[in-house]
Design a protein around this ligand. Sequence first.
Ligand code: SF4
Ligand code: SF4
Length: 196
Amino acid sequence: MDRRHPSRMTLRQRLYLVEVLAGLRLTGVRFFANMWRHTLRAAGFKGAAGAVTIQYPDERRPYSPRLRSLHRLVRREDGSPRCVACMMCETICPARCIYIVATEHPNPEIEKVPARFDIDLGRCVFCGYCVEACPEDAIRMDTGILEFASYSRLGMVYTMEMLLAHEPARPDGTPASPVPIPADRLPGAPVPSAAA
Ligand code: SF4
Ligand code: SF4
């Protein structure tokens, strides 16, 4: 730094060349060191561990069993929702993103069933209160599905049919059901210029 004026750079600093070369040297040293370690490991030397790079989404870290992922509605043996439309989850949801319409259940032993059960995941904060509050264990967040982005707000609204179709994740935490693709992300769908 030029002492006559603290804000003025020296000729060497203004050229940037030395710093660029220093950066390239550091990158090159790291690159070849890692490549050498990975090569040794591939050759059977287990002690040589290179930098860990996860090839997401083909590779994933093991998820915690407590991970809260995309919701699902639990089904009865006949495929109908276990939910009895008690509205506990809708009431406790701090984001007000659950919308339920109740109707009479054809079975007189079950009082009600949801005719409509929507969750707006664009507003959900994944607190898990809905799961905690449910007296029927009818809603869970154990699908392992974490990717459900959409081009529009409407694409983030999951209906009862979509939530009933989800399966619990496999023992290693990976999704067992196909990751749902909102209609506006299907091949050929028009890409909106701004969020709807
Ligand atoms: S996880 Fe929390 S914010 Fe999301 S739907 Fe359940 S209660 Fe609402
Ligand atoms: S708390 Fe459980 S049973 Fe009650 S409406 Fe929600 S999902 Fe259905």
